[in-house]
Design a binder for this molecule. Structure first.
Ligand SMILES: CC(C)(COP(=O)(O)OP(=O)(O)OC[C@H]1O[C@@H](n2cnc3c(N)ncnc32)[C@H](O)[C@@H]1OP(=O)(O)O)[C@@H](O)C(=O)NCCC(=O)NCCS
Length: 183
């Protein structure tokens, strides 16, 4: 379990499935991911994949007091757009719409960066999103990450979401940079 001034970050468990559904069924939350709300069956399959992450990595459910805010992830590189490099991990986040623009994404992300560098001894943490996902890019920058590259996804999508033609971006922070700048 990880803590920030406002958030308690709890490793994902089976009992969190309904909260994942609340999040993923909102089409606005999924706008730059699948472009539509997920079905229960899709969320169940996603939950099983999320639970299967390597020890030390995974998904953390964030709560402010009793209130579910969203999740954060830290996981080893996976998929065709992420070269498998030891000592690296991907950061991600997804928050309930009613909690946007209150600094929660930044707050949880900074705690996962701290955890990744201090506890897991990672060398580099990166995050990827669609180039047009302004809130996600702003969150990466706000957490201290900088632009690393623009790329075209090698993932195959049946039904690309609006803006996919603009490609993807990756932001990063290295271990050295984090220790230089962490307060
Ligand atoms: C991306 C997301 C997690 C941001 O969450 P959030 O809690 O609103 O972000 P924060 O309040 O912590 O803001 C972080 C930074 O982003 C900026 N930001 C957030 N939303 C923004 C928006 N719509 N437009 C411009 N900037 C925005 C904030 O101003 C802040 O920057 P600052 O520290 O320089 O002021 C949220 O919009 C979300 O869950 N989106 C849907 C899921 C998603 O797209 N996830 C990423 C997929 S890769």
């Amino acid at each position: 379990m990880l803590r920030t001034p406002r958030l308690t970050l709890i490793p994902l468990r089976d009992e969190h499935l309904d909260l994942e559904y609340e999040l993923d069924s909102d089409p606005e939350v999924m706008r730059y991911l699948t472009g539509r709300g997920s079905t229960r069956e899709e969320v169940s399959r996603a939950h099983a994949r999320r639970m299967a992450t390597e020890p030390g990595f995974g998904f953390w459910m964030g709560f402010a007091a009793e209130d579910f805010i969203g999740w954060w992830l830290l996981r080893p590189p996976n998929g065709p757009d992420q070269p498998k490099t030891d000592g690296e991990a991907e950061l991600g986040y997804r928050l309930l719409r009613r909690h946007w623009r209150q600094g929660y994404a930044r707050e949880g992300s900074q705690e996962l960066l701290r955890y990744g560098f201090e506890q897991l001894k990672l060398n580099r943490i990166f995050a990827q999103t669609m180039a047009v996902n302004t809130p996600s890019r702003a969150t990466m920058a706000s957490a201290g990450m900088t632009f690393a590259r623009a790329f075209t996804s090698a993932e195959e999508y049946d039904d690309p979401v609006a803006g996919a033609d603009q490609g993807e971006v990756e932001y990063e922070i290295t271990r050295e940079r984090w220790f230089e700048t962490a307060r």
